[in-house]
Structure formats: structure tokens, C-alpha cells
Design a protein around this ligand. Structure first.
Ligand code: HEM
Length: 528
């Protein structure tokens, strides 16, 4: 195809820099200079594309969300044999561009608005993954019992009050979810959370769950997020100020307090970044919803998984909180196995560039001088990696004891890396001492996995590719142990109060958005 014709096609799609939206597609397929028109085939395709965009969609939304969505490609990556993702697969802005407008007012990354470690390449995080270590300072496992467990316990008590028995559980969970969310982040719950803040949270979750921007429900909720973004930012900023100025009681029971205390000179964790992390975590904590649903489905008395139910019985009939000198307690092992098998997050997402020069010479993109980018992402899969036959003898068995046989992050040192066949650790092992009064160091394994050492005692994670639900290496989820502790508390309560889950006989269960890419029939309830 000649360059001129191709560019006209691109312009018609609204793809060249600064062009208008796909709205104008068909009109522009006629060359105003009277030159050759676009081939019929393209014009027809463009017309069909145009017809599928609902006419009420705002033009800015079409340009910034719908068009980029059509231009984005995802590639399925390999299942890693070691818990590592190469740095060539970048975390920098590794979020599909149709979702940028949910967190950036300008619809695209603008670091001056603040940023999240989740979207930073290692090279931009400060020395030795500094930003990640500061973030992790708020969630090392030693903090859970004294600082967060009371809040989580009160949340589950309210959620599973006998008066809520036998009603669809997930809608009910979502009605309370933002109380625990803001209580943990900023020490605010109940009526102190403004309606606008609840509204944007709910709308954000709905977009994440339905995802496809062509759906009216996504469009409507996306626009609610856009409308409330400034309000939310200002509200969080004021609450962070309450924490830093001592106006909030028990500030040390909030995540933001640890970020403030450990931010150093703010070069890698400014106040704007704290504000940003507080709402970007809508993405992270929304995964508690699909995890919870996955656990209830497996424990369900009438519809669940017998093996998981009997493993739960066995675990809780023993000394479930006693690690006996091992790295993990029996209850922790059980929760880890739930996460491996439920796999609430299906893959780690990395931004990749298409090669503009290869053995074929210049790519058509470069030789044609195209001025638009097609965004490409590679997904390192979690579910299939966690079930890999190369990594586990019996990947499909539900077996919490499997983690006793594979290395922890505290064991992956120089020597272990050499044993595996590497010349050296891919990541230097360094320590960051927290500045909030605790005797806690945040260190890493030779694979880059960050973990805490409290009062000289390491609290490692499983550093093996076969345990993939929280990702890998320097970019692995810092909220992993907090999440495991939250679900341990949930299961302790279920066991202690003899709570059972059942699929409810509902003719038409409500459809509920419970997590990224997850909309379910809300048909499980609890009773005692
Ligand atoms: C069921 C719960 C959760 C699951 C399944 C989960 C899963 C993951 C996964 C797979 C990654 C790696 C993504 C990648 O490398 O591309 C990740 C990263 C991350 N998660 Fe989570 N997460 C959960 C909860 C949380 C919570 C509760 C928090 C915070 C309180 C959190 C904060 C983060 C952050 C900040 C990152 C980016 C880390 C980095 O790039 O260094 N997550 N999470």
C-alpha cells in the first residue's frame, strides 16, 4: 500500500498525532483534494467500525479510550522456570492505554500528577528498587497484628453479622468494602467517607470488571470516574495532611503513615505519590473481591470442592497458627495453596516495543513513517505457570504442603543462584532500614524478591516460579503477605463461628462486578 493511502487510512481512524476521533472516520475517507479515495474495502471496514461505536459516547472518550483499545495488542508470554521477568519486559507505564484515563486527568501518564510504583520500570525507582521498599514498609508482616488486624476483624464481624445470613454475599461485601479500604489507607470509614468517594470507587471497580470500553456500562462508569477524580485527589490529600500533622488518632494504623515516615527526601515517594498510591490501589485491593468469591465457591457445602473442604478441616483441626520453626504456619500454607489454585490475577503485564529494525530491515511502521503507535503488552502467565508440570510433580493436586519443598526468598542467596547455574545473583542483595521506629529491614532475594526482616527474623515468601499468583522478582506484589493475613483472619472466623457457605436457590442472581475482568452471578450466601 502506498504511504499516502495508508496514512489517510490511519488519519481516518483517528490514529495520527493530534487527529480527531474515530467519529470522523467515514467522512475522511474521501480525499478532499480530489485524489484517489481509500480502497472500498478500507472504507467499508471504517464505516462498520464507526457504526459500532454508540452514538452517545463522548468524543474525548472515543479518542482516548475506544481507539487505543482497538490499537492494543496482547501477547501471551512464556511460563518462567525461575521467578524472574527480564527487564526488557518493562513495567514502565505497563497499563493498557484505554485505562490511563482512570488515573490520569490528562488521559496519559503525567508524572507531575504523581505516580505509582506499579507503573514504573526498575530504572526509575531509585537505587535497588528503593520506591518499592518504601511502599513495602507499610505492609511488612510484623505490622498486621498490632496495626491492621483489629480493623480487618471489625470489617469481617460486620460483614458476617448473623442478620446478613443467606443473602447474596458479594453485593453485600461491596457495600462495605470501601470502609476497610479507606480505613486501612487513611483511617477513615463509615459516614466520614463522602458519597463522591464511594461513587468513584464503585465506578472504578465496575470499569475494571467489565473492561470492554464499547460497553455502555463501562462508558458510563468511566465518565463518573473522570468527573470525580479531582474531588478524590483533594480529599485524599487532606486526609494525608491529617495524618502527617497528627490530627488523626492512631495514625500508625494506616498505610499512608508508613509511606510518610519512610519517604526520605521524597525524591522517590513524594506526597503526590502517596495520594496517587492511595487511589491506584483501587486496582490492587479490588482483587480481594474475586479472591473471596473463589474461596467461598470452593468451601460451599452444596457446590464446593471436596478436596479443598477436607484440607480446610484438616488444617484447622491441628495447631494451625504454629509454624514450628518452619517458614510458614499451616494456615498460611493453606491460604497460599488457595491463591495458587484460584489465581485471581492471571498474569504480569509488561510493555514491549515492536522491533523497528530487524533482519528484514526497517519495519513497515518506520519505513512508512507512521506517526501513531500501536501499544503492545506481553503477559507472563500466572495460572499456567502455577500449574506447570515442569515445576511441580502433581500440579493439579490441592496440596498446601508443597511449599515446604521449594525455596523461600531468604534462601535465594549468592550460593543458591550459583547452584541453579547462574554466574551470580541477578539482583544485588541489599537492605533498607525503615525510619518509623521499628527494627525492620527490607531486603531482597538474589532474584530481586523483596521481603521483610523484623527484629533480625526474616519473614520470607515462597521464591519459586510454581507459586505465581503474586507475580515475580523485583516487581512482585508487596501486598501479598497482607492479603494472606487478611484471608487467614477470614478463615479463622469461618472456622471459629462454624460459618458455612451455600449456593442459594435464586431464579435470577444479580450480576456483580467483583474484581478485574470478573463479573459473577451473586449466588453464594453464608449461615451458621
Ligand atoms: C488478591 C490480592 C492481590 C493479588 C492477586 C495481587 C497480585 C499482584 C501481582 C500479580 C503483581 C505483579 C504485577 C506485575 O509484575 O506486572 C502485583 C503487583 C503489585 N501489587 Fe498486588 N495483588 C494483590 C493485592 C495487593 C494489595 C492488597 C496491595 C497493596 C496494599 C497490592 C499492591 C501491589 C503493588 C504496588 C504492585 C506493584 C509492585 C511492583 O511493581 O514492584 N497488591 N500484585
Amino acid at each position: 500500500m502506498k504511504r499516502r493511502t495508508f496514512l489517510k487510512g490511519a488519519a481516518a481512524l483517528g490514529l495520527t498525532a493530534g487527529t480527531s476521533a474515530a467519529h470522523t472516520v467515514v467522512a475522511q475517507s474521501i480525499n478532499p483534494q480530489g485524489g484517489p479515495t481509500l480502497p472500498d474495502e478500507i472504507a467499508t471496514a471504517l464505516a462498520r467500525f464507526r457504526e459500532t461505536i454508540p452514538v452517545n459516547f463522548d468524543q474525548t472518550y472515543v479518542e482516548n479510550v475506544v481507539v487505543p483499545y482497538f490499537l492494543t495488542s496482547f501477547y501471551e508470554g512464556e511460563r518462567p522456570m525461575l521467578p524472574l521477568i527480564d527487564l526488557v519486559l518493562s513495567k514502565e507505564n505497563a497499563l493498557p492505554p484505554d485505562l490511563w484515563g482512570l488515573i490520569y486527568s490528562a488521559w496519559r501518564p503525567t508524572p507531575e500528577e504523581g505516580s505509582t510504583v506499579f507503573l514504573q520500570g526498575l530504572e526509575n525507582r531509585g537505587e535497588n528498587n528503593l520506591r518499592k521498599r518504601i511502599y513495602f514498609a507499610a505492609m511488612t508482616p510484623d505490622l498486621y497484628k498490632p496495626m491492621y488486624s483489629e480493623k480487618v476483624g471489625a470489617f469481617f464481624d460486620e460483614l458476617m453479622d448473623p442478620k446478613f445470613a443467606n443473602i447474596p454475599f458479594m453485593r453485600h461485601y461491596l457495600d462495605y468494602y470501601f470502609d476497610i479500604y479507606w480505613d486501612l489507607h487513611l483511617g477513615v470509614k463509615g459516614k466520614a467517607i463522602p458519597a463522591e468517594v464511594r461513587e468513584i470507587g464503585e465506578a472504578f471497580n465496575t470499569v475494571l470488571a467489565y473492561l470492554n470500553p464499547m460497553q455502555p456500562i463501562v462508558y458510563e462508569n468511566y465518565m463518573v470516574v473522570r468527573k470525580r477524580l479531582d474531588f478524590l485527589r483533594t480529599w485524599i490529600d487532606e486526609r494525608v495532611e491529617d495524618i502527617s500533622s497528627g490530627r488523626l488518632a492512631n495514625p500508625e494504623k494506616t498505610l499512608a503513615w508508613y509511606w510518610l515516615k519512610n519517604a526520605g527526601d521524597g525524591a522517590h515517594f513524594s506526597k503526590k505519590d502517596i495520594v496517587f498510591e492511595c487511589f491506584h490501589n483501587f486496582v490492587a485491593l479490588s482483587q480481594w473481591g474475586n479472591s473471596l468469591y473463589g474461596i467461598m465457591s470452593r468451601l460451599s457445602e452444596n457446590d464446593g470442592d471436596k478436596t479443598v473442604r477436607s484440607s480446610f478441616q484438616k488444617t484447622m483441626s491441628g495447631d494451625f497458627d504454629n509454624a514450628n520453626g518452619a517458614p510458614y504456619t499451616p494456615l498460611e500454607l493453606f491460604v497460599m495453596e488457595l491463591f495458587r489454585t484460584i489465581s485471581p490475577n492471571s498474569g504480569s503485564i509488561s510493555a514491549i516495543d515492536d522491533a523497528r529494525n530487524s533482519a528484514y530491515g526497517e519495519s513497515p511502521h518506520r519505513s512508512l513513517g507512521l506517526s501513531f503507535d500501536r501499544d503492545s503488552y506481553l503477559i507472563t502467565p500466572h495460572t499456567t505457570t502455577s500449574h506447570s508440570r515442569e515445576l511441580w510433580k502433581d500440579p493439579d493436586a490441592f496440596d498446601p504442603d508443597r511449599y515446604r519443598e521449594v525455596p523461600t526468598s531468604a534462601e535465594i542467596d549468592e550460593e543458591k543462584c550459583k547452584q541453579i547455574g547462574l554466574a551470580r545473583c541477578p539482583f544485588d542483595i541489599t537492605s533498607f532500614e525503615v525510619k518509623d521506629g521499628r527494627k525492620v529491614n527490607i531486603t531482597n532475594s538474589g532474584f530481586g524478591t523483596v521481603f521483610g526482616v523484623a527484629d533480625g527474623k526474616p519473614k520470607p515468601v515462597c521464591d519459586f516460579a510454581g507459586f505465581a499468583p503474586f507475580g515475580f522478582s523485583y516487581r512482585r506484589c508487596p501486598g501479598e503477605q497482607l492479603t494472606i493475613q487478611v484471608f487467614e483472619d477470614f478463615l479463622r472466623k469461618v472456622w471459629k463461628e462454624k460459618i458455612v457457605f451455600r449456593t442459594l436457590p435464586l431464579a435470577k442472581p444479580g450480576r456483580v462486578p467483583i474484581g478485574p475482568g470478573a463479573v459473577i452471578d451473586d449466588d453464594i450466601g453464608f449461615s451458621r
